[in-house]
Design a protein around this ligand. Structure first.
Ligand SMILES: Cc1ncc(COP(=O)(O)O)c(C=O)c1O
Length: 393
């Protein structure tokens, strides 16, 4: 065995990271990627050129922990205006994508064997952090209003009686990835109260907050909790461009300060300067308004195609924002098998098993309406529906 395997020790047991093969297929519903037409390349080019001409060489130097200081101000204003979050500089850390926030939280809080509660299903990128940290992962199911509060209480009580306090509860309240559910206001309050009662934290991952295309926005759990015992994670990946690698954490000053100590790299000075420039003259608001209209239309195209082509017995969520539709198939359809069939015809989607930490979800699938060219969504859905019929026969 090579030295590196010996030196890894317990960390060598971390899960391997299966990469999805979606890019190999002509129509891929598997990724939560923004649509090509929603990447504002011209505006980013203009912002970048302005930054280089007007801001001297600093944007090309190493950045501080949070990147360009002006960007932090811009972000604080955005959070106040849109999210209703009243944060100060000491409450915020700008990161290289919100995935980095999740990674840093894992590094800060987790020792092998520690418990973390997740929604089941959830975003498997977040679960990978927990697996790598050796966490004891406890999944709690969802209902129409979000994480099931009755089940959550039962789990918390069982953990308490075995002397355990979960390190945190990981929640995606808006347009949940993958289930598309938007957590109701009463449920948000109930979950905050439960976290308090059982002495744990909430990690609120709000990647899709800005992409609501129906209904009224709800207060964040961070705001509802008065900024206590909730760490809020956000990102520009869905509203600007994922390649900018810009995310942020909002939390209590002590926590943010600990997190910046652990975060040994700076945050991109160039990308934070560009984002700052992009946000000027309501650039971000205008872009978000355009995205909302586009994703609303994409969701409608997908829902119409599902209604037209899917055989009876298949049901799906009706998202009011975000990127995803979550499907439930009859018991005789295994979506791992289904995806093998659709891939032969160039169409890929995410089988439900990739969204549960325990391998369940064989009758589920996540379809992103965000990425496939809009006019080709129906033909992709038609292929998936035809393959479903084959399995039902
Ligand atoms: C719920 C959720 N959180 C976080 C991320 C990662 O975002 P970022 O690109 O900011 O790391 C994603 C991206 O798919 C996501 O769906």
């Amino acid at each position: 065995m090579s030295n590196f395997m010996n030196l890894l020790g317990a960390k060598g047991r971390a899960a391997s990271s299966p990469r999805l093969a979606g890019a190999a297929y002509e129509l891929t519903f598997s990724y939560g990627y923004p649509a090509v037409e929603n990447l504002p390349s011209e505006a980013i080019a203009q912002a970048a050129s302005k930054v280089l001409r007007e801001r001297g060489e600093l944007p090309l130097q190493y950045g501080g922990a949070s990147g360009a200081p002006q960007f932090v101000e811009t972000l604080l204003n955005k959070l106040k205006r849109d999210q209703g979050i009243n944060a100060k500089r000491e409450n915020v850390l700008v990161t290289n994508g919100s995935m980095q926030v999740l990674g840093l939280l894992g590094e800060m809080f987790l020792d092998p064997g520690d418990t973390v509660i997740i929604e089941a299903p959830t975003f498997l990128g977040a679960v990978r952090v927990l697996i790598n940290g050796g966490a004891n992962i406890v999944g709690v199911g969802l209902d129409d209003e979000g994480i099931n509060a009755v089940e959550l209480r039962t789990r918390l009580e069982a953990l308490r009686s075995s002397g355990r306090t979960p390190k945190y509860i990981y929640i995606i309240p808006n347009f949940q990835n993958p289930a598309g559910i938007c957590m109701s206001l009463p449920r948000r309050m109930e979950v905050i109260a439960l976290a308090r009662e059982f002495g744990t934290l909430i990690v609120e991952d709000d990647a899709y907050f800005d992409l609501r295309f129906e209904g009224k926005k709800l207060p964040t759990m961070y705001e509802l909790s008065g900024g206590r015992d909730v760490v809020y994670a956000g990102t520009f990946s869905k509203t600007l461009a994922p390649a900018m690698r810009l995310g942020w954490a909002v939390g209590e000053p002590e926590l943010i300060s600990r997190m910046s100590t652990i975060k040994v790299d700076g945050t991109g000075a160039f990308s934070t300067n560009i984002a700052d420039e992009f946000c000027k003259d309501e650039g971000l608001e205008k872009n978000i308004a355009k995205l909302r209209a586009n994703y609303a239309q994409r969701a409608e195209v997908m829902l119409d195609a599902l209604t037209e082509y899917m055989p009876p017995g298949v049901s799906w969520s009706k998202p009011s924002g975000g990127f995803f539709v979550w499907l439930t198939f009859p018991a005789s359809v295994d979506t791992e098998e289904l995806v093998e069939l659709t891939r032969k015809q160039g169409v890929d989607f995410l089988p439900g098993t990739r969204c549960f930490a325990d391998g369940s979800g064989r009758q589920n699938a996540r379809m992103a309406f965000s990425y496939v060219p809009m006019d080709r969504i129906p033909e992709g859905i038609r292929v998936i529906a035809e393959c479903t019929r084959q399995l039902l026969r």
